[in-house]
Design a protein around this ligand. Structure first.
Ligand code: PAF
Length: 282
């Protein structure tokens, strides 16, 4: 595995690989890698001639400067995990390499960007689109891999790729969970021991809500999840919405769409966690 810090060097290496007819896969990450990321990297390495992983804590997607400052950074550990997972090139640029001048682009993803994460993290998806578009146009991968835990991000990336007509296949990858159900996230490291013990309640309630949903309405299912978490003061639900999986707009009944997903953002102590569950799929 080669560690690369500049766009010029990465493009030089990749042009050699591409001239040999190798397909290129990209896994964009912000580092602090866990098994969820590693699952994506292994799949990318399996499905492509060359596997590129970017590790870059993107400042433009943080609307909270303290969150940016405290975001876990573990470059050496990340590199050793990536090497074992079959990554060929790890791209670890400095901020100035990706943003030699401020990126003033304003994307418009319509209703996709105004709900859920978009409502609570203004500007977040514009920053995600800025960096992901830069990475996709730099690497020009055949396939790029994104986790379904960030359900809304996946929808935004797909829409951006459509708008910019980028020739890449976006590959969605299922949520990877700890053995107690907690969705893997770099933020889990920030949970105290007591919070870590409680955090699986989120996934547990989502899973139970699927059974509940088979006999109850959408609004009763929302109440079921919110009430279940409200019973413990360690949790503060920011939102729990049941939405159409394509448009991300709230649904009022289970008949409103063939693809229905419940998305949650909840603070467990000071740590903001997200998760989701599919209620209906075609
Ligand atoms: O999901 C993430 O880790 C980030 O939002 C991404 C896609 C790497 C862009 O910085």
């Amino acid at each position: 595995m080669k560690r690369i810090e500049t766009i010029a060097e990465l493009q030089k290496e990749l042009s050699i690989c591409k001239s040999q007819g190798l397909s290129v896969g990209l896994v964009p990450t912000m580092g602090s890698l866990h098994n969820g990321h590693i699952t994506l990297v292994k799949r990318c390495a399996q499905e492509n001639g060359v596997c590129v992983v970017s590790v870059f804590v993107n400042p433009t997607q943080f609307n909270d400067q303290n969150d940016l400052k405290t975001y876990p950074r573990t470059p050496e550990e990340d590199c050793s995990k990536l090497e074992k997972a079959g990554c060929n090139f790890v791209f670890m640029p400095a901020v100035e390499e990706m943003y030699p001048e401020p990126d003033t682009r304003q994307f418009n993803f319509g209703n996709l960007q105004t709900v859920m994460e978009g409502r609570f993290r203004p500007g977040h998806f514009n920053g995600v689109a800025q960096i992901v578009s830069k990475l996709l146009t730099t690497v020009k991968p055949d396939k790029a891999y994104f986790g379904e835990k960030d359900f809304q991000q996946l929808a935004i990336v797909r829409e951006m790729v459509r708008q910019l007509r980028l020739p890449v296949t976006i590959v969605p990858c299922p949520i990877v969970r700890e053995s107690d159900g907690l969705a893997m996230s770099s933020r889990n490291k920030r949970l105290s021991a007591a919070e870590r013990e409680k955090a699986p309640l989120i996934a547990g309630l989502l899973s139970k809500s699927r059974t509940f949903a088979s006999v109850k309405s959408v609004s009763e299912t929302i109440e079921f999840v919110k009430k279940g978490l409200a019973e413990d003061p360690a949790f503060r639900v920011e939102y729990f919405e049941i939405v159409d999986g394509n448009t991300l707009q709230a649904v009022e009944s289970w008949n409103s769409s063939d693809y229905i997903v419940g998305c949650i953002a909840v603070f467990c102590g000071p740590v903001r966690l997200i998760d989701n569950i599919v209620y209906k799929t075609c």
